[in-house]
Structure formats: structure tokens, C-alpha cells
Design a protein around this ligand. Structure first.
Ligand code: AMP
Ligand code: GLY
Length: 435
């Protein structure tokens, strides 16, 4: 198969690395990739959201399968456009991608499917939202309905803060048209877990779970980021919890979407909170997570292209998806100043020193020519994810950090508490106490 992968982060380097191992692959292109994908595939100077550019490249290269990494091209209908040209693409249609691109749509699907989620209220007008909030007290979450680059969720201690958040969305239009509709949710508490399933429109694969770290600093302090680390599988994730999530969340959503006429194909990603009343859905995403992919794909024990093709063709029953039980821990190295402003162009050293049981997935990196030589340099906020493997999370964590400490660039920052087992133990206790 000739494959075109869209995206340029560490998620896409991990996808490229895993697809490169497929016995079905003849050649892999990445649009537009990074220095890591360039070492195993051919990068194209086409942005994933340049729909016309992607369609033209896929046609001229006679691509058999387009694999979509990020949500933006999915929200723009890349899968529909490619399908109309007879080109297969792994990912949901624009209508099915609304499970991520519209929070009110996702909540409506969940309500209809009977999926456990927070209580919620949807508003199209600022005044009606403010009026509603006058009659409510206690902590609440205000969310811009549309895609807001991970920034459209505002946690509010009380109704006054919530009213300010509504104004930020609807009056100041801080998230543009994404905030023209606003969702107010009950605030839940509990540990979070990301759950992934391959879907073929009717069927789902066995699930894979991972935990990610959204805050910048150790101990979950500092601002929210695109993700500073991840690990898989969480030790609290057992067969019982997997079955509960499959039966109460994943299957009902898939069945409801099929019944409504927008069957879901691709990876369905549920962001769950494990509350005292059981797992509840905080959000769905219509793609693999970043940095969860970097610790999940190494566990995929089935040929990735066979799985993706089965999803596209609607015959996932013929390709059972298996996940191996090894543990993986991913640590993100970022540029000083991230997620606010940062400088780029710093030389990266130590990246080529391979070490057993570790992997390095590039994100914001590029090769810079200086005279005859080329150097690897930083080109953005999240620079790379270093992954360690082990028979336990502790071993995987040790391996990851051993390699992290050998890599350096000016101003490199990273968290030192990814896969901290104290947190794992407390979640296991929560589950054992009857979750
Ligand atoms: P989302 O993008 O909807 O997953 O929200 C981002 C983060 O906000 C989640 O990972 C949670 O930490 C938090 N969050 C979202 N919704 C809620 C909620 N209803 N209750 C508590 N925390 C929430
Ligand atoms: N890890 C969060 C996301 O990919 O949206």
C-alpha cells in the first residue's frame, strides 16, 4: 500500500514509525511531517489542513490510504473530499467528526445513547446563559462549543466566574466562532483516563487506555499545555473497567451514530473521569491523542495498516486488534516559555544516541544546513517525546528519563513526575473501594 499520513507532531512520528513496520506498506509520505518522519518516510510540503493540496498530492502519488493525524483536516471534511475522489482515508467524515468539533453535538449523542456524562446546559445567547447562572451556585465548567485548540474549557469556582467565562466566549469572542455556542457543565471530580478504540462504523476494537499530563509543571501546577507526558497501560485499567467503558460508553455511541446516519469510522477517543458514580465522559475526540499515541501505538500488536483498512472497509471483525501488555512512559521535552512564547532554532544534541528500550518521537524539529553539515534544531513548543519501555511502569519510567537526560537543547523543559506511581496507587485504591 502507498500511504499518505497527515500531520507533523510526535503523534505522527509515532504513527509513521508503526506504519513503517507494516508488511502491507510499499511507500510512506507525510504531509508535512518533521525531522523524525523525514528519517523513515518522504515529507511533502503540504499542510494537513490544505484540503485541495492533500487531495492533489494523494491523486498524483496514487495513494491507497490517507491516514489523518490531527482533528483540523477532519473538521474540514478531508475524508469526505478524498472519498468523493475515490481515495480511501482513515478517519471520520465531517459529520461524524462533530463528536469532537461540537461539544453540544457530542452531549446530545451521549444523552440519546444513555452514556454517563456531566449534567449540561447549552446556550446560543449570552443573556440566557447569564440568566441561567443567576439561579445556580457551586463550581461549574464553561466550554466553547467548537474547536478552540484545547483552550476552550474554563473551570469556574462559582456562578460569578462562570458568568465571566460566558462573556469571554460570547462577548469578547476569545475563541472566535467556536464560542458562539456555549456549554455549561456540572463540575465532576476524579482521576482522568483517555480511552481509544478503532471503529469501522458498526464495530469497535478492544480498547487501549492511557493517562496524559496536561499541566506544565510537576505536581500538576502551571498552565494547561498540549500534553507534557503520558503512560500506558494505567495499572488501574483492568478487564472489568474496560468492559464497563466498552458497554456504557463506546458501543452505545457507535450504535447511536450509525442509527442517526453518520456512522463513525476511525479512532474514537473518550476522555473519561472516574467519578464515585463510575466513569463519565468529559469529551470525545475524533482521532488519536497526543502524547497518548506515543505510548499506545508501541503496544499495538496487530498490523496497523490492516486495522485501518478494516475500519475503512467496515470489516473490523476480520482483524482482531491486540494490545501487548508491556508498559510505556512518554516524557515531552519542550522549549522554555512554552505554552506561551518561546524561541526556536536551538541545536539539539544527543538525539541520535539510541538506547535499548527507548524511542524518540520528534515533534517540532527540523534539519538546518550550516555549510556542508546539517544540524537538528528546535522549531516549536513541544519538541519531542521520549518513550521508555519496561515490564513495569517504574522500569519504563526509568528508561525514559535515562534517555531524556542525555538529550539537550537551550532551555529544554520537561516534567520529572510522569507516571509517578503514588498517583497510580491512589487511583487503584479508589477503584478497589468500589468504583
Ligand atoms: P475537555 O477538553 O472537554 O476534555 O476538557 C479539558 C479538561 O478540563 C479535562 O481534561 C478536565 O480536566 C477538565 N474538565 C472538562 N470538563 C469537566 C467537567 N465537567 N468537570 C471537571 N473537569 C472537567
Ligand atoms: N492528549 C489530549 C489530546 O490529544 O487532545
Amino acid at each position: 500500500m502507498k500511504v499518505l499520513l497527515l500531520g507533523s507532531g510526535a503523534r505522527e512520528h509515532a504513527l509513521a514509525w508503526r506504519i513503517d513496520q507494516s508488511s502491507c506498506l510499499t511507500k510512506l509520505w507525510v504531509a508535512d511531517g518533521n525531522a523524525g518522519t523525514a528519517s523513515i518516510a518522504t515529507n511533502l510540503a503540504v499542510k494537513p489542513e490544505d484540503i485541495d493540496g492533500v487531495v492533489a498530492a494523494a491523486k498524483s502519488l496514487e495513494i491507497d490510504l490517507v491516514v489523518v493525524g490531527p482533528e483540523l483536516p477532519l473538521s474540514l471534511g478531508i475524508v469526505d473530499r478524498l472519498a468523493s475522489q475515490g481515495i480511501a482515508a482513515f478517519g471520520p467524515t465531517r459529520a461524524a467528526a462533530r463528536i469532537e468539533t461540537s461539544k453540544s453535538f457530542a452531549l446530545d449523542v451521549m444523552k440519546e445513547a444513555g452514556v454517563p456524562c456531566p449534567d449540561f446546559w447549552v446556550f446560543q445567547e449570552e443573556n440566557s446563559a447569564i440568566k441561567f447562572l443567576r439561579g445556580h451556585s457551586g463550581p461549574m465548567v464553561v466550554k466553547a462549543d467548537g474547536l478552540a485548540a484545547g483552550k476552550g474549557v474554563i473551570l469556574c469556582a462559582d456562578a460569578i466566574e462562570a458568568a465571566d467565562a460566558v462573556r469571554t466566549c460570547m462577548n469578547d469572542r476569545a475563541f472566535g466562532e467556536a464560542g458562539d455556542t456555549v456549554v455549561v457543565e456540572e463540575m465532576l471530580t476524579g482521576p482522568e483516563v483517555s480511552v481509544f478504540a478503532f471503529c469501522d462504523g458498526e464495530r469497535i476494537s478492544s480498547l487501549a487506555a492511557a493517562c496524559d499530563y496536561k499541566r506544565l509543571e510537576d505536581g500538576n501546577g502551571g498552565p494547561n499545555t498540549g500534553g507534557m507526558g503520558s503512560y500506558s497501560p494505567p495499572s488501574f485499567w483492568d478487564e472489568k473497567l474496560a468492559q464497563r467503558v466498552e458497554q456504557t460508553v463506546m458501543r452505545p455511541v457507535l450504535e447511536t451514530m450509525a442509527r442517526k446516519g453518520y456512522p463513525y469510522k476511525g479512532v474514537l477517543y473518550a476522555g473519561l473521569m472516574l467519578t464515585a458514580d463510575g466513569p463519565k465522559v468529559l469529551e470525545f475526540n475524533c482521532r488519536l491523542g497526543d502524547p497518548e499515541t506515543q505510548v499506545i501505538l508501541p503496544r499495538l500488536a496487530t498490523d496497523p495498516l490492516e486495522v485501518m483498512q478494516a475500519c475503512v472497509e467496515g470489516n473490523l471483525d476480520r482483524t482482531p486488534v491486540k494490545w501487548e501488555n508491556q508498559c510505556y512512559v512518554g516524557v515531552v521535552l519542550a522549549s522554555a516559555g512554552y505554552p506561551a512564547s518561546y524561541e526556536t532554532g536551538f541545536a539539539i544534541s544527543g538525539a541520535h544516541e539510541e538506547e535499548a528500550d527507548t524511542m524518540l518521537f520528534h515533534a517540532a524539529t527540523r534539519q538546518e544546513s550550516v555549510g556542508e553539515k546539517t544540524h537538528l534544531v528546535t522549531s516549536g513548543g513541544r519538541v519531542m517525546t521520549v518513550v521508555g519501555k519496561g515490564i513495569s511502569l517504574a522500569e519504563a519510567k526509568g528508561k525514559a528519563y535515562d534517555r531524556v537526560r542525555r538529550i539537550s537543547f537551550n532551555g529544554a523543559i520537561f516534567r520529572t513526575d510522569i507516571a509517578d506511581l503514588t498517583e497510580e496507587n491512589s487511583i487503584t485504591q479508589l477503584r478497589d473501594s468500589g468504583l
